[in-house]
Design a protein around this ligand. Structure first.
Ligand SMILES: [Zn+2]
Length: 218
Protein backbone atom coordinates (compact mmCIF):
# COMPACT_ATOMS: atom_id res chain seq x y z
CA UNK A 1 0.00 0.00 0.00
CA UNK A 2 1.24 3.47 -0.90
CA UNK A 3 1.03 6.17 1.75
CA UNK A 4 0.68 9.70 0.47
CA UNK A 5 1.86 12.09 3.14
CA UNK A 6 2.68 15.76 3.28
CA UNK A 7 2.15 18.94 5.24
CA UNK A 8 -0.45 21.67 5.20
CA UNK A 9 -1.48 24.82 7.00
CA UNK A 10 -4.75 26.02 8.45
CA UNK A 11 -5.55 29.50 9.73
CA UNK A 12 -6.04 29.73 13.49
CA UNK A 13 -6.58 33.42 14.18
CA UNK A 14 -6.09 36.95 12.79
CA UNK A 15 -5.49 39.73 15.33
CA UNK A 16 -4.53 43.41 15.20
CA UNK A 17 -1.27 44.61 16.77
CA UNK A 18 -2.53 48.06 17.89
CA UNK A 19 0.61 49.20 19.70
CA UNK A 20 3.21 48.06 17.16
CA UNK A 21 4.79 50.41 14.61
CA UNK A 22 5.41 49.18 11.05
CA UNK A 23 9.15 48.67 10.53
CA UNK A 24 8.80 49.64 6.86
CA UNK A 25 6.61 52.76 6.72
CA UNK A 26 6.59 53.77 10.37
CA UNK A 27 2.77 53.76 10.72
CA UNK A 28 1.52 52.73 14.14
CA UNK A 29 -1.58 50.59 14.73
CA UNK A 30 -1.98 49.31 11.15
CA UNK A 31 -0.29 45.93 11.64
CA UNK A 32 -2.16 42.65 11.98
CA UNK A 33 -0.93 39.13 12.42
CA UNK A 34 -2.43 35.88 11.17
CA UNK A 35 -1.38 32.66 12.89
CA UNK A 36 -1.41 29.41 10.92
CA UNK A 37 -1.07 25.90 12.26
CA UNK A 38 1.12 23.56 10.25
CA UNK A 39 0.11 19.92 10.21
CA UNK A 40 1.27 16.59 8.87
CA UNK A 41 -1.22 15.00 6.50
CA UNK A 42 -1.81 11.49 5.27
CA UNK A 43 -3.84 11.23 2.06
CA UNK A 44 -4.39 15.00 2.42
CA UNK A 45 -6.15 14.52 5.76
CA UNK A 46 -4.52 16.25 8.78
CA UNK A 47 -2.96 13.81 11.26
CA UNK A 48 -1.39 16.14 13.84
CA UNK A 49 -0.13 19.74 14.06
CA UNK A 50 3.58 20.37 14.43
CA UNK A 51 4.06 24.10 14.90
CA UNK A 52 2.80 27.53 14.04
CA UNK A 53 3.56 30.08 11.39
CA UNK A 54 2.75 33.78 11.74
CA UNK A 55 2.31 36.32 8.95
CA UNK A 56 2.19 40.07 9.66
CA UNK A 57 0.63 42.55 7.26
CA UNK A 58 0.75 46.35 7.40
CA UNK A 59 -2.57 47.72 6.17
CA UNK A 60 -0.88 50.99 5.23
CA UNK A 61 2.14 49.95 3.13
CA UNK A 62 1.10 46.31 2.62
CA UNK A 63 4.47 44.95 3.73
CA UNK A 64 4.07 41.27 4.55
CA UNK A 65 6.51 39.34 6.75
CA UNK A 66 6.49 35.74 7.89
CA UNK A 67 7.96 34.25 11.03
CA UNK A 68 10.11 31.97 8.84
CA UNK A 69 12.49 34.92 8.48
CA UNK A 70 13.51 36.89 11.57
CA UNK A 71 10.74 39.37 12.38
CA UNK A 72 11.70 42.92 13.45
CA UNK A 73 12.57 42.99 17.13
CA UNK A 74 9.54 45.12 18.05
CA UNK A 75 7.15 42.58 16.41
CA UNK A 76 8.32 39.52 18.32
CA UNK A 77 6.63 39.91 21.71
CA UNK A 78 3.16 40.89 20.38
CA UNK A 79 3.28 38.18 17.69
CA UNK A 80 4.35 35.57 20.26
CA UNK A 81 1.48 36.64 22.50
CA UNK A 82 -1.08 36.17 19.72
CA UNK A 83 0.48 32.82 18.78
CA UNK A 84 0.27 31.53 22.34
CA UNK A 85 -3.41 32.47 22.59
CA UNK A 86 -4.38 31.07 19.20
CA UNK A 87 -7.13 28.46 19.56
CA UNK A 88 -6.40 24.79 18.94
CA UNK A 89 -8.07 23.27 15.92
CA UNK A 90 -9.53 19.80 16.26
CA UNK A 91 -9.57 19.52 12.47
CA UNK A 92 -5.78 19.35 12.60
CA UNK A 93 -6.27 15.97 14.24
CA UNK A 94 -8.88 14.92 11.65
CA UNK A 95 -7.44 11.52 10.74
CA UNK A 96 -7.01 10.15 14.29
CA UNK A 97 -10.46 11.51 15.18
CA UNK A 98 -11.97 9.84 12.10
CA UNK A 99 -10.30 6.55 13.01
CA UNK A 100 -11.54 6.84 16.59
CA UNK A 101 -15.08 7.58 15.37
CA UNK A 102 -14.87 4.56 13.07
CA UNK A 103 -13.80 2.27 15.91
CA UNK A 104 -16.59 3.57 18.15
CA UNK A 105 -19.14 3.05 15.36
CA UNK A 106 -17.96 -0.53 14.76
CA UNK A 107 -18.17 -1.35 18.48
CA UNK A 108 -21.68 0.13 18.74
CA UNK A 109 -22.90 -1.70 15.62
CA UNK A 110 -21.39 -4.97 16.83
CA UNK A 111 -23.31 -4.65 20.09
CA UNK A 112 -26.61 -3.68 18.47
CA UNK A 113 -26.47 -5.89 15.40
CA UNK A 114 -27.30 -9.54 16.00
CA UNK A 115 -29.23 -9.21 19.27
CA UNK A 116 -31.68 -6.54 18.12
CA UNK A 117 -35.23 -7.91 18.11
CA UNK A 118 -36.83 -7.34 14.71
CA UNK A 119 -40.39 -7.91 15.89
CA UNK A 120 -42.37 -9.51 18.66
CA UNK A 121 -42.67 -12.73 16.62
CA UNK A 122 -39.00 -13.41 17.29
CA UNK A 123 -38.54 -15.02 20.68
CA UNK A 124 -35.97 -12.76 22.31
CA UNK A 125 -34.70 -12.56 25.85
CA UNK A 126 -36.76 -10.04 27.80
CA UNK A 127 -39.86 -10.41 25.60
CA UNK A 128 -42.90 -10.88 27.78
CA UNK A 129 -46.48 -9.76 27.34
CA UNK A 130 -47.35 -10.74 30.97
CA UNK A 131 -50.28 -12.81 29.74
CA UNK A 132 -52.21 -9.80 28.48
CA UNK A 133 -55.77 -10.42 27.22
CA UNK A 134 -58.39 -8.24 25.56
CA UNK A 135 -60.53 -6.65 28.27
CA UNK A 136 -57.85 -6.88 30.92
CA UNK A 137 -57.93 -3.90 33.25
CA UNK A 138 -55.15 -2.22 35.17
CA UNK A 139 -54.97 0.55 37.76
CA UNK A 140 -52.14 3.00 38.43
CA UNK A 141 -50.17 2.44 41.58
CA UNK A 142 -50.72 5.12 44.23
CA UNK A 143 -48.61 8.15 43.49
CA UNK A 144 -46.98 10.17 46.25
CA UNK A 145 -49.02 13.13 47.47
CA UNK A 146 -52.23 12.27 45.58
CA UNK A 147 -55.21 9.96 45.95
CA UNK A 148 -55.96 10.14 42.25
CA UNK A 149 -55.59 7.14 40.00
CA UNK A 150 -56.19 6.13 36.40
CA UNK A 151 -57.50 2.95 34.81
CA UNK A 152 -56.38 1.17 31.67
CA UNK A 153 -58.33 -1.36 29.59
CA UNK A 154 -56.90 -3.46 26.78
CA UNK A 155 -59.08 -3.09 23.68
CA UNK A 156 -57.25 -5.05 20.99
CA UNK A 157 -54.24 -7.32 20.61
CA UNK A 158 -52.06 -8.07 17.62
CA UNK A 159 -48.90 -10.21 17.66
CA UNK A 160 -46.85 -6.99 17.97
CA UNK A 161 -48.99 -4.46 19.73
CA UNK A 162 -51.28 -3.96 22.71
CA UNK A 163 -53.95 -1.32 22.08
CA UNK A 164 -55.61 0.17 25.12
CA UNK A 165 -57.55 3.09 26.49
CA UNK A 166 -56.96 4.98 29.70
CA UNK A 167 -59.13 7.16 31.87
CA UNK A 168 -58.20 10.59 33.03
CA UNK A 169 -57.46 11.01 36.74
CA UNK A 170 -60.17 9.45 38.93
CA UNK A 171 -61.00 9.89 42.62
CA UNK A 172 -62.94 7.72 45.06
CA UNK A 173 -63.36 3.99 45.42
CA UNK A 174 -63.63 2.28 42.04
CA UNK A 175 -66.83 0.22 41.76
CA UNK A 176 -67.83 -1.97 38.85
CA UNK A 177 -70.34 0.65 37.74
CA UNK A 178 -68.04 3.68 38.09
CA UNK A 179 -65.19 1.87 36.35
CA UNK A 180 -67.41 0.91 33.42
CA UNK A 181 -68.57 4.51 33.04
CA UNK A 182 -65.08 5.96 33.37
CA UNK A 183 -63.65 3.60 30.77
CA UNK A 184 -66.61 4.08 28.41
CA UNK A 185 -66.10 7.85 28.52
CA UNK A 186 -62.32 7.76 28.45
CA UNK A 187 -61.67 7.61 24.72
CA UNK A 188 -63.91 8.31 21.74
CA UNK A 189 -65.07 5.00 20.18
CA UNK A 190 -62.63 3.71 17.62
CA UNK A 191 -59.86 6.03 18.68
CA UNK A 192 -56.96 3.73 19.43
CA UNK A 193 -54.23 6.19 19.99
CA UNK A 194 -52.73 4.38 22.97
CA UNK A 195 -50.54 1.45 22.03
CA UNK A 196 -47.50 -0.33 23.41
CA UNK A 197 -45.16 -3.06 22.11
CA UNK A 198 -46.65 -6.37 23.20
CA UNK A 199 -43.26 -7.93 23.98
CA UNK A 200 -42.58 -5.07 26.39
CA UNK A 201 -45.96 -5.10 28.10
CA UNK A 202 -44.49 -6.49 31.32
CA UNK A 203 -42.52 -3.25 31.74
CA UNK A 204 -45.83 -1.42 32.11
CA UNK A 205 -47.63 -3.80 34.46
CA UNK A 206 -44.92 -5.54 36.51
CA UNK A 207 -41.88 -4.53 38.54
CA UNK A 208 -41.39 -0.76 38.46
CA UNK A 209 -44.24 -0.40 35.98
CA UNK A 210 -46.99 2.15 36.33
CA UNK A 211 -50.05 -0.16 36.17
CA UNK A 212 -51.21 -3.19 38.17
CA UNK A 213 -53.91 -5.74 37.26
CA UNK A 214 -57.21 -4.56 38.62
CA UNK A 215 -60.63 -6.10 39.27
CA UNK A 216 -63.51 -4.03 40.65
CA UNK A 217 -64.70 -5.47 43.94
CA UNK A 218 -68.40 -4.74 43.51
ZN1 LIG B 1 3.73 49.73 6.87
Amino acid sequence: MIFIYGTGTSRLITAPLPTTTCAHCGTRGQLSVTVFSRYVSLFWIPVFPFGKLSVTVCNHCKQTLTSKEPLPESYRLPVQTVQQHAPRRLTNFALPLLLLAGVVLIVVLARLGPARPSSASAATVGSDDAGVTVGARYKTQPMAGTRGYALLEVTRLTPDTVYYKTTTGLLGKPTAASVAVALRDSVPPGAERARYPRAMWHFLVEGQGMFRPFVATE
